[in-house]
Design a protein around this ligand. Structure first.
Ligand code: ADP
Length: 493
């Protein structure tokens, strides 16, 4: 089966969040199952700055953009493990910029940038020598691909027989643009209607993908249910409810080679379930050096790694820290970037409690690995969470996650109760209400459990033993690909 994967970021080349982890690992997992996978991502400045092997292919072509044409130059590389090819679409005007999408405000021309990307991905695939069976599109940045395939490139032999799969990594980011951007897409205005591309007067890239794709997936079964209702669907719940037969929830895996505490190059020493205490002690020392602070050995270390935004429940963390920091029961280290207000609020807390709270503002892959290794507990108190990866990294590194019962967190963490501890299923602490007190109570439960050495050791062993490799989920994708390939394409006329 020949799969073209279209994603706006992929680890290790360019990353702002979980999408990159998925796009960087799923192609290799599919390849191991016999799929022939080609990944296409934009050639951002970051891609070249990493020093990874990325070479020009010599291929270039022009992509229509309204009345103009933009040149796409194609670079090539391979994903780690050599299992899948990755191609980068270069156009300096679009992608040679300091960040992927802008920030703090989105780039004003993001519509143009990702119209260009979607078309260039298809123009590239259309020039390959063997036809594709599946076009697997991720998030709004690739949302126009299914519509282009059905409306513009349907006569291209390498693309015509393919089925399209749209994967939602986060419903809240839909790619809303003003209606005049329709002129850049080249689509006929008749598709700008409330059933297809239009949403409240705007052009909506994700909605377009959801309507035109032959199948829809999202990154956990619970999130698949949540997005078919309000508020989880973020205004597109109606669109999704209409297509409920086409939606599948497949939980993300993790790249077990890049995230392996036994071999992780970012750690001072490797460790496994049998020497996790020594491994964590070494990681903590290294972390203390990085932070320029001492970290007490006998106090549990609580970490949070992620975008410091509302979605991630960072407001709960700030409120909880204000109450718990003085108690001396734990040390906290937070790594992330977010809104100025949030970063400042966390900075103030850290300044008020210098021995207790450390806040590192920035995106630092190595420090994230070190934190999961050093931590005893990892916080994921999300307001909503499509899948969530940090709780999975935590489990693999023997840190116990505290999660709110939402989305993929429900599907990946089992609350520690006497019963689940008894039968070995427990893997973390789960709380329901989106409320700082509920988070605080869950953390108190975790800290109490940490005081019981045998119980904690059992919990950590159980957590580290779980298999979150991509193999199971990749098999589900293959089954889905086979199903959609055998069915007729969705009728969009
Ligand atoms: P989301 O995609 O919503 O941001 P996920 O939990 O799915 O959340 O994935 C986040 C990914 O980004 C994880 O790999 C996490 O370790 C990483 N990450 C987030 N913020 C940072 C940061 N400041 N430094 C390093 N890695 C980060």
């Amino acid at each position: 089966m020949r799969v073209l994967m279209v994603a706006s970021e992929a680890a290790p080349f360019a990353k702002t969040g979980g999408l990159a982890d998925v796009a960087g690992a799923l192609p290799s997992a599919l390849a191991r199952l016999g799929c022939d996978v080609t990944l296409v991502v934009p050639a951002y400045r970051e891609v070249f700055a990493k020093g990874l092997p990325v070479e020009p292919t010599g291929l270039s072509f022009e992509v229509p953009m309204g009345a103009r044409r933009l040149e796409a130059r194609i670079f090539g590389g391979r994903l780690p493990g050599d299992a899948a090819r990755v191609y980068f679409v270069a156009n300096d005007g679009c992608f040679d910029r300091p960040t992927l999408y802008g920030g703090p405000r989105d780039y004003a021309d993001n519509a143009e940038r990702f119209i260009f990307f979607a078309r260039a991905a298809l123009e590239f695939a259309g020039r390959e020598e063997r036809p594709f069976d599946i076009l697997h599109c991720h998030d709004w940045q690739a949302g126009l691909v299914p519509a282009y395939q059905k409306l513009v490139y349907r006569g291209w032999p390498m693309l015509a027989g393919a089925r399209t799969v749209m994967t939602i990594h986060n419903m809240a980011y839909q790619g809303w643009f003003w209606h005049w951007d329709m002129l850049l897409t080249g689509f006929d205005w008749r598709y700008f209607n409330w059933r297809q591309m239009e949403c409240h007067g705007q052009l909506n890239f994700l909605k377009t993908g959801l309507v035109f794709a032959d199948a829809i997936t999202t990154v956990s079964p619970t999130y698949a249910r949540e997005i078919q209702q309000s508020p989880g669907g973020c205004g597109l719940d109606g669109v999704l409810a209409v297509r409920s037969d086409a939606i599948t929830g497949i939980v993300n895996g993790i790249d077990t080679a890049a995230w392996d505490p036994a071999t992780d190059p970012y750690l001072p020493r490797g460790y496994g379930p049998d020497d996790v205490v020594a491994g964590k002690r070494a990681a903590r020392r290294s972390l203390a050096e990085r932070l320029g602070r001492e970290i007490a050995e006998d106090v549990p270390l609580v970490a949070l790694v992620g975008r410091l935004v509302e979605q991630k429940g960072i407001d709960l963390v700030i409120e909880m820290l204000g109450r718990m920091a003085g108690g001396g029961r734990a040390r906290f280290v937070i790594l992330g970037t977010g809104s100025v207000d949030t970063e400042e609020a966390l900075g103030r807390l850290a300044a008020e409690h210098p021995g207790v709270i450390n806040v590192v503002i920035g995106f630092d892959e190595g420090l994230a690995h070190l934190l999961f290794a050093a931590a005893d507990v990892v916080l994921v108190p999300s307001r909503y969470e499509p899948c969530g990866l940090t709780q999975l990294y935590a489990l693999r590194y023997g840190a116990i996650p505290i999660v709110r019962a939402t989305g993929g967190l429900v599907d990946t963490v089992v609350d520690a109760t006497p019963e689940s501890l008894g039968d070995g299923r427990a893997s973390g602490f789960v709380f329901d209400a989106f409320d700082a007190r509920a988070l605080e109570r869950a953390l108190e439960r975790a800290l109490d459990a940490h005081g019981d050495r045998d119980l904690w050791d059992g919990l950590v062993r159980g957590a580290m033993a779980r298999d979150w490799s991509w193999d199971t989920s990749a098999r589900e994708y293959v089954r889905l690909f086979e199903r959609v390939r055998a069915a007729p394409p969705v009728d969009v006329h």
